[in-house]
Design a protein around this ligand. Structure first.
Ligand SMILES: Nc1nc2c(ncn2[C@@H]2O[C@H](COP(=O)(O)OP(=O)(O)OP(=O)(O)O)[C@@H](O)[C@H]2O)c(=O)[nH]1
Ligand SMILES: [Mg+2]
Length: 316
């Protein structure tokens, strides 16, 4: 791939026209922290804010990819443009499982109304890639009505996906004790819609009942998360999920919660970028060496760590 500086304006125009290669290139620029990153962000800004971001989380094997595929079909049937970001927090490379996801998404591979992208999550402690919010902006700017973010439910990432999403779907399966585990892990609070998938298996009714019982005990936020049973592999219940997702979108708009969530999201993004920039500048003023020199003085009792930190910040 060439390293010529990209024509960002043409790429954004292409993406807005639905050209998948322009979308792919823009996401790559974001992922690679291209020098054009700022230009890309600025060019996209006026075109963003329309897409509903749908986060999908749940334990490994619960049916996230199958549900995502079924949701994409349902959204396409409603004539909506869809983006899918599959984030694998466990792998530093986009390989294995994600390739499997792509294969499963094969039904949509040739549909110009669907854009699918897998992302690894290198360089981020919590799980989701630092580039995910920017990739979301690309898909939003490219005119996707809905962007589905699917992540593997390992620890932090399920909470993190909620911080990116307008609407968070939490998938559980019957008989996995998932409901109880969800309550323990704080998942109950982040779910906007509960999906009891694999409802063709025994115990789905019971799991749904348990979830509803737990939800009645939760604090009232104005939105009580509905519990929907699905058989994603057969497309059953998917229409109801989409109806609930639409209702949640309406509630976000009418209650002001949507704007509040987006403000929190933007504030975090700004903070992360600013902290990154400060780290870079610290490197410019001698970073590690400067800290080492100050550390020697702190160890020797010549100054305290606060004074040392002030001195470092003062040089920026
Ligand atoms: N019986 C049944 N099987 C299902 C259903 N939905 C998905 N499956 C199967 O469950 C397995 C896991 O589904 P995936 O969609 O890959 O699950 P996932 O949550 O994306 O898995 P990871 O990405 O590995 O965390 C597959 O074999 C699916 O065919 C369902 O509603 N009923
Ligand atoms: Mg999957």
């Amino acid at each position: 791939m060439g390293r010529r500086s990209p024509d960002v304006g043409a790429l954004v125009a292409g993406a807005r026209d639905g050209d998948p290669r322009s979308v792919a290139r823009l996401i790559s620029l974001v992922e690679q922290e291209s020098p054009a990153l700022r230009e890309v962000a600025a060019a996209l800004a006026p075109h963003t804010g329309r897409a509903q971001v749908l986060g999908i989380t749940g334990s490994p094997g619960v049916g996230k990819s199958t549900t995502t595929t079924a949701l994409v079909s349902g959204l396409r049937a409603r004539d909506l443009r869809v983006g899918v970001l599959a984030v694998d927090p466990s792998s530093p490379f986009s390989g294995g499982a994600l390739l499997g996801d792509r294969v499963r998404m094969g039904a949509h591979a040739d549909d110009p109304g669907v854009y699918i992208r897998s992302m690894a999550s290198r360089g981020h402690l919590g799980g989701l890639s630092w580039a995910t919010p920017q990739a979301l902006r690309v898909l939003d700017g490219a005119g996707c009505d809905v962007v589905v973010v699917e992540t593997v439910g390992v620890g932090q990432s399920e909470l993190e996906v909620a911080s990116l999403a307008d609407t968070t779907l939490v998938l559980v399966a019957p008989g996995m004790g998932d409901g109880i585990q969800a309550a323990k892990a704080g998942i109950l609070e982040v779910a906007d819609v509960f999906v009891v998938n694999k409802a063709d298996r025994e115990g789905a009714d019971r799991t749904a009942r348990e979830l509803r019982a737990m939800l009645t005990m939760a604090a009232d936020s104005g939105w009580r998360p509905p519990v929907v049973r699905t058989v994603a592999s057969a497309g059953e219940g998917i229409d109801e999920v989409l109806t609930r997702v639409g209702e949640h979108r309406d509630w976000l708009a009418s209650s002001g919660e949507g704007t509040r969530r987006r403000r929190v999201r933007a504030a975090r993004e700004i903070e992360a970028i600013a902290v990154g920039e400060l780290r870079r500048r610290m490197g410019d003023v001698g970073g590690a060496a400067a800290i080492d020199a100050l550390a020697d003085r702190v160890v020797a009792g010549e100054c305290d760590p606060y004074a040392a930190a002030d001195e470092l910040v003062g040089r920026l």
